[in-house]
Ligand binder design. Structure first.
Ligand SMILES: Nc1ncnc2c1ncn2[C@@H]1O[C@H](COP(=O)(O)OP(=O)(O)OP(=O)(O)O)[C@@H](O)[C@H]1O
Length: 371
């Protein structure tokens, strides 16, 4: 017969799927009852009717079943009371080091381990959102913890492209992001009626972004990818103000006209203080699947020209691939559905470059001297 300590020990290996921390640490294990080979566990959910009940039941059952002498595991649920929820929320905020819980953005602190990457473009339709989701999933596949913030408030498309929908759970002013293909995701699309347009202007956009950055429990992220709206509008300025350490990656098509507009988006960083970390050329050469001939449908060379003009690197050239669009429409990014095609390989190489740059600054001593 297992002991209560043994049961608690295995329960410590079960994470709450939304908060990403052991249920024992979060105070979610209310009761453990052992009767011979039968073990009953009562879990206190953060909010009643939590949509992830089934997942928690499965994870708790699998963990406790591993113990020798256990034949049957019963999982029951209750929910935290207001005091317990407030305490949990205060603990989570304190952990993030938020001095002013309502306004503080942990990513903004100089010692934040998270690299924030704003994905920008000059004009719409160049594939900025497609690049964001594929890059996010590629980084997650490479073992990084990744968040995706859909900052394209008016024209959000990240939920569809990642195949995720639903209402995020909120408690005590904290919002739990949804999960898709190994990434945590927040989009205005989770909070609005899909058939109604969002017509917010500057201050509302600023506030929405502030909440997405400050009130969402992102946990410990290696990367937060922010899909910006096209152009150089209010959101890009707000993001730069809130996250002065963020880097910008500019997506362009190879054609001159797109590259010129993208240059303006990239140059705007000179005024906002963000750094341009590189350029990604999307919709580069198309290779005919039947005859193998190649076509520069949108011209060529724009990505390199833009990188030169912004004095940064061309991180990659992603070819046109109709399966990338199909994957976006189906909620299954190309790097997952067709990981070995040239467009996926190009995205994965960009992800590796971005990750290796992050590694290169970790542990590097700062150029400070004592005088
Ligand atoms: N490399 C590619 N090959 C084929 N289709 C692509 C590629 N990149 C993007 N697309 C398709 O082009 C269309 C526009 O892409 P996407 O929505 O990602 O652009 P965007 O720049 O984010 O647009 P907006 O700023 O207007 O939201 C989509 O239908 C997408 O599936």
């Amino acid at each position: 017969m297992p002991t209560k300590e043994q049961v608690l020990e295995v329960l410590a290996t079960v994470d709450d799927p939304e908060i990403d921390k052991p249920i024992t640490e979060l105070g979610m294990v209310e009761e453990v009852v052992i009767e011979g080979s039968r073990v009953g566990v009562k879990i206190k959910l953060t909010v009643p009717g939590c949509p992830l009940k089934d997942r928690i039941t499965r994870d708790v059952t699998n963990a406790v079943r591993q113990l020798p002498g256990v034949d049957d595991v019963q999982v029951a649920f209750g929910s935290m009371n207001d005091d317990e929820r407030s305490q949990l929320s205060a603990n989570l905020r304190a952990e993030r080091g938020a001095a002013n819980p309502q306004m503080d953005i942990a990513f903004a602190s100089a010692d934040s381990p998270t690299k924030v990457i704003a994905v920008a473009s000059g004009k719409g339709g160049v594939g900025k959102s497609s690049v964001t989701v594929n890059l996010a999933v590629a980084l997650a596949q490479q073992g990084h913890s990744v968040g995706v913030l859909d900052a394209d408030i008016w024209g959000y498309s990240i939920p569809r492209m990642l195949g995720v929908s639903g209402k995020p759970v909120a408690f005590e002013g904290m919002v739990m992001p949804l999960q898709a293909h190994g990434c945590k995701v927040i989009s205005i699309g989770f909070f609005t009626d899909p058939d109604r347009s969002v017509i917010w202007r500057g201050p509302m956009l600023h506030r929405a972004l502030q909440q997405f950055l400050g009130d969402v429990h992102w946990g410990e992220l290696d990367f937060l990818l922010c899909d910006l709206p096209p152009g150089t509008g209010d959101i890009a300025i707000s993001l730069a103000q809130m996250l002065p350490n963020a880097d910008m990656v500019v997506v362009t098509t190879p054609q001159q006209a797109a590259q010129k507009v993208a240059l303006r988006a990239g140059k705007a960083t000179e005024q906002t203080g963000m750094k341009v970390a590189g350029v990604i050329e999307n919709m580069a050469t198309f290779t005919c699947p039947d005859c193998g001939s190649t076509h520069d449908v949108f011209g060529s060379g724009g990505g390199q020209e833009l990188a030169d003009a912004l004095d940064t690197d061309l991180l990659g050239r992603i070819p046109i691939d109709p399966r990338l669009r199909e994957g976006g429409d189906a909620g299954l990014p190309l790097v997952l559905s067709n990981p070995d095609v040239p467009a996926s390989i190009a995205v994965k190489q960009v992800a590796e470059q971005i990750a290796s740059r992050k590694r290169s600054i970790i542990g590097r001593s700062l150029p400070l001297s004592v005088s």
